[in-house]
Design a protein around this ligand. Structure first.
Ligand SMILES: Nc1ncnc2c1ncn2[C@@H]1O[C@H](COP(=O)(O)OP(=O)(O)OP(=O)(O)O)[C@@H](O)[C@H]1O
Ligand SMILES: [Mg+2]
Length: 225
């Protein structure tokens, strides 16, 4: 079966695309899926700072893709892997457009601020515009990222309300947790961090990523029905 293609995409820098890509890849791999991460960031952070075949599951592979080659690289691998996750850099470049075009499901991480929400809205509007001109429907959902586990500020609540009022589709919430940062320090995935008891929040992070994955599949099934 052809791969399920996910884009972690936003024109906003630093909103959590790479973190989300790695976290999702880990949960799919620990459930037995083969995963290709396509690093479409010219800084090659995934490839150079995270990917380590000695510490990672053999189910996970990473390739770097040049900005102009994202679509081709995904096509070449779509019959080889169960899941392909594209990580783009935080700018409105060609890689972002191709990732949104080729993905079945785009996840747009957004910190809970009005500025981030505006960028997320632009990405969502772009996907809606390509959907209108195409026979294939592409999902595009916003994921709140780095939400504090404790008290939320008034501004945060106002931003979340604004998203609902403007009809933006929100998939799930990812909290601010050390485990997400630790995946990079240890060049590993959340399941390994949990097993090694390296970071207390790894289990909770893994659970919220599993919820996000279930939510994606529910949306796909609802669309197909
Ligand atoms: N849920 C989270 N909890 C804690 N830290 C997080 C979380 N999400 C992201 N971060 C941290 O925020 C910073 C930016 O995250 P990340 O590199 O994933 O963003 P990005 O969107 O890929 O950035 P860029 O646009 O530069 O590629 C990193 O230091 C990362 O560890
Ligand atoms: Mg990144």
């Amino acid at each position: 079966m052809a791969a399920f293609i996910i884009a972690c995409a936003s024109s906003k820098g630093g909103c959590g695309k790479t973190t989300l890509a790695v976290a999702i890849a880990g949960v799919y791999a620990s459930n037995g899926s083969s995963v290709l991460l396509v690093d479409a960031d010219s800084r090659k952070r995934l490839q150079e700072e995270w990917y380590n075949p000695e510490t990672l599951s053999p189910k996970i592979k990473v390739i770097s893709s040049r900005v102009e080659d994202v679509e081709t690289d995904v096509s070449k691998n779509r019959d080889v892997f169960d899941v392909i996750i594209i990580d783009v850099e935080g700018s409105a470049n060609w890689a972002l457009a191709q990732a949104l075009q080729v993905a079945h499901f785009s996840l747009v991480p957004s910190n809970v601020s009005f500025q981030d929400l505006k960028d997320a809205q632009k990405v969502y509007n772009y996907v809606e515009s390509i959907n209108k001109e195409s026979k294939r429907y592409r999902h595009c959902w916003i994921v709140w990222n780095r939400v504090p586990t404790a008290i939320r500020s008034k501004e945060m609540k106002a931003t979340m309300d604004e998203a609902v009022t403007s009809g933006l589709p929100i998939l799930t919430t990812i909290h601010e947790r050390d485990a997400y940062k630790a995946m990079f320090s240890y060049q590993t995935t959340l399941d390994k961090l949990r097993e090694d008891e390296a970071v207390p929040s790894a289990g909770k992070a893994e659970q919220e990523i599993a919820i996000l994955i279930s939510a994606m599949h529910e949306k796909l099934e609802a669309q197909a029905a």
